[in-house]
Design a protein around this ligand. Structure first.
Ligand code: AMO
Length: 428
């Protein structure tokens, strides 16, 4: 049976329709009973005039509570007082399923709740206008990214999430029992996207990855949503050009498609009308030379906050990182093996992506693995792939939820993840 959605009601003034949804709010005056009915497409006021409605209908309506699931039949009419300018005058009301009270959370958003309650009661907090808007924006964001990449000739890939060897550092791995052997949850699709770029040339993946990081920051999760790209015959400068135009295009498209949701959130649109600066790691060290940072140190968030104060809250790349700070697969500069052809993309102090040019010659990779003490046999299949006609290639991984945080003006990544996973949270 086809469902009739509230968003279409406005086109059907004077018609008799059946609506199904949730009781969002109830208000009673001496002459009227007003129910705000909500479905996934919007809200509409049901107006019951106590003297006119059949008493049976009013009696049923008086037993309703927030979040009861109901079905109403009635006529859509224009209204001078109802929000949206329309209302329904019901003549039939059926209760499909009652919600058990007290509910874990107030869905109207009038009573604020702690983040932990919001996350425990996700099935309810998603019904609030703000969280509903965030995840509608996320859905559009992913669709726009996919459309953009398909238009540009990319192939979407799906790499395994259960793997045998680490790619992004051994300390952050979740171990899983895999039949009678040990396996790990993938930290990124790194080596798989590289192997696929050796065939399809331009590949991407949007998927969840796992880091057993015991971090308690507002930007780290143990399961995070990553948007990965890898392109054969691209340099790291090509990839930065590509990432910059992708973000500019995607975000401006998102603002127009999801305007209604950004308005509901009341957040300002971020300005993208500038060239993303490419600042060398060395220049950042110089910029911070009064703060005790020395060459080779990682740029932790305390330092990045100082950089943000100096250059402002905007997108910029930090390029040419010291070799020891980047993963083993990152290419070093030909004329200086202390630095790599790598970058991070930041929005102010928050890193949202990192990437670079990859080692594509097997002998270079073998030397690198030996130099840093990683076991060659763990990478034997990847080395074979590099020996089988591997093109030069470059790519990036972008934390989609970090981008969503920036776009929706949220301070904690958990707000923009449906069912986040961190050190303390495994349920729901
Ligand atoms: P990296 O480890 O820097 O690079 O990850 C890429 C981006 O993913 C996001 N991110 C996270 N988001 C939330 N919680 C986490 N625990 C978390 N860890 C990472 C960040 C980060 O910039 N293979 C490389 C990418 C590449 O070179 O293609 C990689 O994984 O936004």
């Amino acid at each position: 049976m086809k469902k009739y959605y509230i968003k279409n009601a406005v086109k059907n003034i004077g018609q008799l329709v059946t609506l199904k949804g949730w009781v969002h709010e109830i208000r009673e005056t001496s002459n009227f009973l007003f129910i705000i009915l909500r479905d996934s497409t919007g809200k509409i006021q049901l107006t019951l005039k106590k003297s006119e409605s059949t008493s049976n209908l009013v009696d049923i309506a008086k037993t309703l509570h927030h979040e009861d699931v109901i079905e109403v039949e009635g006529v859509i009419s224009k209204s001078n007082i109802a929000r949206l300018g329309i209302e329904m005058i019901p003549y039939k009301l059926n209760i499909i399923n009652r919600a058990k009270h007290p509910l874990m959370l107030d869905v109207t958003g009038k009573i604020n709740a702690e983040l932990s309650t919001i996350l425990d009661a996700r099935f309810l907090s998603l019904r609030r206008d703000d969280y509903y808007s965030i995840f509608k924006i996320q859905s559009e964001l992913v669709k726009i990214i996919r459309d953009y990449l398909y238009q540009q000739g990319f192939t979407e890939i799906f790499s395994p999430k259960i793997i045998k060897f680490a790619t992004e550092g051994g300390a952050e791995l979740f171990k899983v029992q895999y039949f009678d052997t040990e396996a790990y949850l993938a930290q990124s699709p790194q080596l798989y996207k590289e192997m696929c770029a050796g065939v399809f040339e331009k590949v991407f993946e949007i998927g969840q990855y796992y880091r057993a990081e015991k971090s308690h920051t507002p930007y780290h999760l143990s399961e995070f949503l990553s948007f990965d790209v890898e392109c054969a015959f691209y340099t790291y400068n090509d990839v930065m050009d590509f990432l910059e135009s992708l973000l500019k295009d995607v975000i401006s498209n998102l603002y127009s498609v999801s305007n209604e949701y950004f308005n509901k959130l009341g957040v300002d649109k971020i300005n993208l009308d500038y060239k993303f600066e490419r600042i060398k790691y060395d220049e950042i060290i110089l910029m911070l030379n009064n703060y005790g940072l020395k060459w080779g140190d990682d740029l932790t968030s305390q330092y990045l906050k100082i950089v943000e104060e100096k250059i402002g809250k905007k997108f910029f790349f930090i390029i040419d990182w010291p070799t020891q700070l980047k993963p083993f697969y990152t290419y070093e500069h030909e004329n200086n093996n202390q630095i790599t052809k790598s970058f991070d993309l930041n929005y102010g102090s928050l890193e949202i992506a990192s990437g670079g040019e990859r080692i594509y010659k097997s002998e270079d990779l073998i030397n690198k693995l030996k130099k840093i003490g990683l076991k060659l046999e763990n990478f034997s299949i990847f080395i074979k792939a590099l020996e089988s006609g591997s093109p030069p290639h470059a790519g990036f991984g972008l934390g989609l939820s970090r981008l969503l945080m920036i776009l929706t003006g949220r301070k904690n990544i958990k707000e923009v993840v449906l069912f986040p996973r961190d050190v303390e949270r495994l349920i729901p």
